[in-house]
Design a protein around this ligand. Structure first.
Ligand SMILES: [Zn+2]
Length: 398
């Protein structure tokens, strides 16, 4: 029986996309053919890894209601107020830059620009505005630092001095050789959730292997919603992070052995990391709403890097927004661990015992153990996950 003919649970509902409508900027049919032909004669712009990820997310509606790269008014408003000009929450600038050394005068307002990934043209920017942003101001407001060691600040320094804003029309998504079975667009995750009959879904954002602590958060959330979407970020991250393909193997083995099959889904999130901490937590939540999720897990130091953000700043920031406008429900979690005296996973919210009773390993300690081929205690990580990581270290993959 096709999915759309399956009887749905009586009270099935699905959350509306941010702004009310799922954007679709993929062009098809005749339009596609015409645009491909026209793009050949347009001035070309090379997109970097972040811009390619953003282009894909805009095209498939993951960034709804954005239908292109931000214009100046939207950009200024988002940077300064964390909202669009009409008042909808949005915290992260989504911008397209002219590359250093490229002649910005070849891109003219009112004319189209071909958007390229190397030799491949992916679509067209209908250029509305070209301007020079105050990148220092953007860093101060969005990243809360201008320290050149911050990867987001480094990024801003690496791009050119002009931004290009306007709607996009995309005829080819950026090519991905990896995780092709796990690349679901918002339209597809929404169909999946409907087929499963899930009205309430919590998304879990991650760029790390899942150890017991995060498994615990997910399962606490799963006690109160219909389904869990494990949504690992596979776009650009930092050197030193565990590679995405190794992480995917960890998620698969965890799902196969420790999660009920009818209540969990795994799909990859194509976004690039901004390391914007609290602002990125809001962004991650909004974008997951577009994928059809009603809840979003926010742990400690979400989307943080180094010591730029306070441990719970990504929780506090949610209080600065009208919850109705945000719509998606954040689930805040503290640091969790296995407590020997409680005899279970717990957090400071649920366990009265001291550190000596808790199984705690620092990230550095875990990496040290794994690289020596040692398996951390089962209270810290599932043995199947540990084995994958040990093998990855042995092969030099991690
Ligand atoms: Zn305890």
């Amino acid at each position: 029986m096709p999915d759309d003919m399956k009887p749905l649970p009586k009270h099935f509902t699905q959350i509306r996309p941010h702004g009310g409508r799922l954007i679709d900027r993929m062009v098809t049919g005749e339009k596609h053919k015409n645009l491909v032909a026209r793009a050949a004669s347009l001035p070309k712009l090379q997109l970097n890894a972040r811009e390619l990820a953003d282009l894909e997310m805009i095209a498939v509606g993951a960034m709804s209601p954005l239908d292109g790269f931000m214009n100046r008014e939207t950009y200024d408003c988002v940077v300064d107020t964390m909202h669009f000009p009409l008042g909808l929450p949005w915290t992260i600038p989504v911008t397209l830059s002219v590359k250093p050394g490229d002649n910005a005068s070849q891109y003219k307002e009112g004319l189209d620009v071909a958007l390229c990934d190397g030799e491949t043209v992916l679509g067209v920017l209908h250029l509305e505005q070209k301007w020079r942003p105050d990148k220092k101001h953007e860093a101060e407001k969005v990243l809360l630092t201008t320290d050149e060691a911050h990867p987001g600040v480094k990024y801003l320094q690496s791009i050119g001095d002009w931004y290009l804003g306007g709607e996009v029309s995309v005829f080819r998504k950026p090519a991905h050789a990896d995780f092709t079975n796990y690349r679901l667009d918002p339209k597809e995750t929404r169909v999946l959730f409907k087929a499963k009959g899930w009205s309430t879904i919590t998304a879990f954002q991650t760029r790390n292997p899942i150890h017991r602590a995060h498994e615990y958060l997910q399962k606490c959330a799963l006690e109160i919603v219909d389904g869990l979407l494990i949504h690992p970020l596979v776009g650009e991250t930092q050197k030193g992070d565990i590679p995405a393909d190794v992480r995917m193997r960890c998620y698969e083995v965890l799902m196969a052995n420790y999660y009920p099959k009818d209540r969990v889904a795994l799909s990859v999130f194509p976004a690039a990391m901004r390391y914007a901490g609290p602002r990125e937590a809001i962004f991650h939540a909004i974008v997951r709403k577009n994928y059809g999720c009603t809840h979003f897990i926010v742990g400690r130091d979400h989307a943080g890097v180094g010591n730029y953000y306070g441990t719970f700043d990504a929780h506090y920031i949610f209080s600065e927004f009208d919850r109705k406008a945000l719509d998606v429900t954040p689930l805040f979690f503290d640091h969790s661990f296995f407590c020997k005296r409680c005899g279970n996973m717990a957090s400071s919210k649920t366990c009265p015992h001291g550190k000596d009773d808790h199984v705690f390993l620092s990230g550095t300690k875990v990496r040290e153990m794994l690289s020596k081929g040692e398996i951390p205690p089962v209270e810290f990580t599932r043995p199947e996950v540990a084995q994958i990581l040990v093998d990855a270290y042995a092969k030099g993959e991690a």
